[in-house]
Write a protein that binds this ligand. Sequence first.
Ligand code: G3H
Ligand code: 13P
Ligand code: ZN
Length: 311
Amino acid sequence: MALVTSTEMFKKAYEGGYAIGAFNVNNMEIVQGITEAAKEVNAPLILQVSAGARKYANHTYLMKLVEAAIIETNLPICLHLDHGDTFELCKSCIDGGFTSVMIDGSHHSFEDNIALTKQVVEYAHARGVVVEAELGRLAGIEDAVNVSDADAAFTKPDEVEEFVTKTGVDSLAIAIGTSHGAYKFKPGQKPQLRFDILAEVEKRLPKFPIVLHGASSVIPEFVEMINNNGGKMPDAIGIPEEMLRKAASMAVCKINIDSDLRLAMTGSIRKYFAENPSHFDPRQYLKPAREAIKGLVKNKIVNVLGSDGKA
Ligand code: G3H
Ligand code: 13P
Ligand code: ZN
């Protein structure tokens, strides 16, 4: 099995009312934890690499780790650039073997976002690679994207048809109230998503795959594991799982998860050192961290995304 694009995955997910998990990868243990979980429940996967991950781990190492995961699991895996912000970055990932790229022009004007996305789509499609774009802006902080609450903006449904027609893009990320990171709602605030916007987008773009970024649930078990072992994240709060299930049953075909992986890994390592303060062999603390990721991903696939048995 070679790397695949997300085209077939999205088609089946749309028809089946489930979503494909798109998990961010940064090192070997993360790749192994995610792909071992998917193998056990026979789920298709999108593994995504941010500009920051590529800087941290190096393009070739990440490519080879993902190729190794395909050999080990024989699963359909799509390798995707997460939040590409320039044509050059997308081109470099396309030339370097990725099967999918995101061009995130959401911080540009509508017209400039169209022009940039179209340029990436033309280059990608000529090489058999698919493209995700974004309309609307999510709040939150990542390495490459830093959007304040004030600058965040919901997607305007009356713009989506023109955007998709003019760019030829394959999937569209929209902003309906999710945000990146571990602090998605203010303390005491009731989590809410704009499902009315999603329904309106779905009406205007029939059978078109929609992407949900910022979709970690910020699982309390892992936040507690951090807080109980010397960490300090008391106000962390994520997207309730029932909202993700609802999104997956609608037009959302790709659900992006990174923060939950980080929390699982960090919670597990903090707990390990609290219990074993004198240990120093990295294999001893990375093994439970990899297991924590595996358990998390398996639970997401089976109980939230519904992509188990669909590989
Ligand atoms: O939404 C993006 C991911 O969480 C990647 O974050 O840019 O810090 O690698 P990063
Ligand atoms: P989270 O921070 O909610 O995991 O979102 C990840 C994401 O959207 C990656 O693009
Ligand atoms: Zn994102």
